[in-house]
Ligand binder design. Sequence first.
Ligand code: SAH
Ligand code: SF4
Length: 432
Amino acid sequence: MNEYDSNRIYDLVKLIGFSKTNIKNQADCYLLNTCHIREKAAEKVYHEIGRVKKDFKKLKKPLVIVSGCVAQAESDEMIKREPYIDIVIGPQSYHKIGDLILNYQRKREKINELEFDVIEKFDSLEKIPNSQNKISSYLTIQEGCDKFCNFCVVPYTRGPEYSRPFKQIINEANNLVNNGAREIILLGQNVNAYNFLENKKNYRLSSIIKELENITDLKRIRYMTSHPKDMTDDLIDCYRDCEKLMPFLHLPIQTGSDRILKLMNRKHDKSYYMNVINKIKKINENIKFSSDFIVGYPGEIEKDFNDTVKLIQDVIFINSYSFIYSSRPGTPAAKNKLNSLKISQERLVKLQKILIHNQIENNKKYLEKYCEVLVENKLKNSSKYFGRTKFMTPVKFESEDCSPGELVNVKITNFNHNGLFGFHSINKTKAA
Ligand code: SAH
Ligand code: SF4
């Protein structure tokens, strides 16, 4: 979502005369769009500002802006801790960035803008075309969260759940496809909680997917990140009815232990999660899954961790994100005693070994087979191209002739845990 926000911030600052530069030391403005989900992310911000300060030591100080969730969470503390920062702006008020910069340039007073103006934000953004022109483009449809898992900062930094108006989303999708997008990834912290009411009609994520199916030049639709509780039947049915919806679902569970799920306030247990997975598999047996895992949640014991390992072996995720629990100030879990870091690290290594093993076993299956790949770009300084399979797996390949935006059949000749390698020739062979 930060990538989507960064692109939109750029669309906004272009209006007051800014453009991007790759020559860092010549920049007049330095903007860091930040994430607060884990502690390391926040520390990275201060580290990065320190680096900018050093780079500009003998030069004119650039305007320094911190946006995003670290800005929201740390507020004016940021400016106190690092006076090199001039403007702090939260994720729900970045539509005001142009005025804030102009005000700062006039008055030279530090600015801290953290209002939750999410409706106003999207209404303002609607008036400025999204200039993103990537083959695979992000589109935020929902923000915030009302679920309050005990470990998570999202409800505090992004605010309550908000669903953008249906028509606003469809217009933006058409605009992205006109810019060249062939895949749209619908985004939200709880994307499947999307719920918009207009003229007594209730629009859900499934309504958006069905509407996007009608955009002729759009080839693929994805969405993330979903919560198991919001995998409603209308959405599950899309895996049967919507050809452009890719058969790959990122569905975080966090842990395979019911005891820890309860302590986390996840509002679902393992059997609920497995039920959802099985329902989807029943509708479309080709669908593959990925997930998020938190290791070392306060109170996690060996048995809980083994339950997670068991779940991973039951579902066989083809790709996953796993992290050690990071205590976030202001969340309920922050009051708990931390687990031994050493044990958590050992568990993480063990978990990732299994996840990577499963990933390798999955990638191995494609060897000598053909895969349908959406070509995203030509690799820099190389004759190879980059694209992704239906299951989001990255593929690097040689081609006799292809161009970004095309769907091609790539013969897979090699693999590693991250992805596949192969070549594309112009004969027509059925792809996986
Ligand atoms: N709404 C989604 C997840 C959004 S946050 C869901 O509920 O599934 C993205 C991921 O960050 C989470 O799935 C979780 O694995 C991770 N995460 C969030 N808070 C964390 C914390 N305090 N420590 C470690 N990982 C965390
Ligand atoms: Fe965070 Fe997701 Fe839980 Fe919301 S549902 S609090 S975004 S982990």
